[in-house]
Design a protein around this ligand. Structure first.
Ligand SMILES: Cc1ncc(COP(=O)(O)O)c(C=O)c1O
Length: 400
């Protein structure tokens, strides 16, 4: 029997999907399930996006496209970057991919040899670990506990970079915590990064338009321009525009890195489809009212979830300021029971909660923080208060 490559053995199915699948199965069996599990935006882009896609079909060339991405898409992305305060990039600094996940995978292939180290804060988005494992990188986790609002400190970063990891991977706003670094926090981390020239810096900032409380979005290169030689900004249309299924990811960074991704694209995907490109251009350069409305709506939902979690005795809930996640520390429930069902850890907690109350959340260990539980609050509006009520009821019913 022929063997698989070793890297396939290192790849694991996403823990988030495991919970989502279980919730789906219970729903199919007739249970009333409220899903706070997957991080999908649950809204659709504006009509101009569909109109652009239809027009593109009417004029379809049927040909392969550019490995880097079509010029009008790169220009629309450059406009979006300028709107975020990121000036000075040109087409040659950019490349597209089939979603941000594919950008990140391409970057791992381009920047990491087997045995090279990638450092990233914990809690982390699950795919960081999986992608690093597939390419055989050594992983250096930088713990950011709830006591520190799940944020990395400059001292921590300094110590981590002293070990000269090949790549430092940063995520702001964060999935799973929803935390957003302030202007001053980004400036302080940028000063540390500037002192460590041997490390590439990836900023996975795909939730950059989902920032609340006027904190704003900030990037290291705005404070230390020398970092432009090493910082790679990753973006996506999935969350901002309600387009996860369209699969559009983008990057901006050093020309050499963009060129490496273009070469990988020429071997992996060749190009994005024409119709997808047209829709992406329309999303990035057309009216921005849908993402703006959603940001306001998600901020109000964040308030609801935060208030509900903080009302539960023993639950500690740092205040998220972006994305659409809340990540309470629920370890107060460990060692307790719901009826006959014992809760030893976060996985038990999420399973029992799903079983008895029909609410699906993701155990924090999927993100490297087993004291936590991720609540994704993009479900249909009427389900949110009911789901939160059930979680509160669940905690109130726990016994020793
Ligand atoms: C932090 C983060 N980065 C990247 C991605 C991947 O996004 P895309 O749909 O563009 O592949 C996700 C999706 O959940 C995410 O949360």
């Amino acid at each position: 029997m022929p063997q698989f490559a070793q890297r396939v053995g290192r790849a694991k199915p996403s823990a988030i999907m495991v919970v989502a699948e279980k919730a789906k199965a219970l729903k199919a069996a007739g249970r009333d399930i409220i899903s706070f599990s997957i991080g999908v935006p649950n809204f659709l882009p504006g009509p101009h996006v569909y109109e652009a896609a239809r027009q593109s079909l009417d004029h379809d060339s049927g040909q392969y496209g550019s490995n880097r991405g079509r010029d009008d898409l790169l220009d629309a992305f450059l406009g979006h970057l300028r709107g975020l305060g990121l000036d000075g990039y040109e087409r040659r600094n950019c490349a597209v991919a089939v979603g941000a996940k594919h950008v990140l995978y391409n970057l791992a292939e381009a920047l990491l040899d087997e045995g090279d180290t990638i450092a990233f804060p914990t809690p982390y988005w699950t795919s960081y670990l999986d992608i690093a494992e597939i390419v055989g990188a050594d992983i250096q986790l930088l713990p950011c506990p709830p006591e520190n609002d799940y944020k990395l400190t400059p001292d921590q970063l300094d110590q981590a970079l002293a070990r000269k990891p090949r790549v430092f991977l940063f995520n702001n706003p964060s999935n799973p915590t929803g935390m957003v670094y302030s202007r001053d926090e980004i400036a302080a981390l940028a000063r540390v990064l500037a002192r460590h020239p041997d490390t590439w810096v990836i900023t996975d900032d795909i939730y950059n338009s989902m920032v609340f409380d006027d904190v704003g979005y900030h990037n290291f290169v705005q404070f230390e321009p020398s970092l432009r030689e090493r910082v790679i900004f990753v973006d996506s249309l999935s969350k901002t525009y309600g387009m996860p299924g369209w699969r559009v990811g983008l990057m901006a960074g050093p020309e050499s890195v963009a060129q490496a991704l273009v070469t990988l694209n020429s071997n992996h995907i060749t190009s994005l489809p024409e119709v997808v490109t047209a829709a992406a251009v329309a999303a990035l350069s057309g009216p921005q009212d849908v993402p703006q409305q959603k940001r306001a709506e998600f901020q109000a939902r964040r308030d609801q979830v935060l208030a509900a979690m903080r009302a539960i005795t023993g639950v500690v809930c740092p205040r998220p300021q972006g994305a659409f996640y809340v990540f309470p520390d629920v370890s107060c429930a460990f060692g307790r029971r719901h009826g006959e069902l014992a809760i030893g850890n976060d996985v038990d907690l999420c399973q029992v909660l799903l079983q008895v109350k029909g609410v699906a959340c993701v155990p924090g260990s999927a993100f490297g923080e087993p004291r936590g539980m991720r609540i994704s609050y993009t479900c249909p509006a009427e389900q949110l208060p009911e789901g939160l009520r059930r979680i509160q009821e669940f905690f109130a019913e726990l016994s020793d």
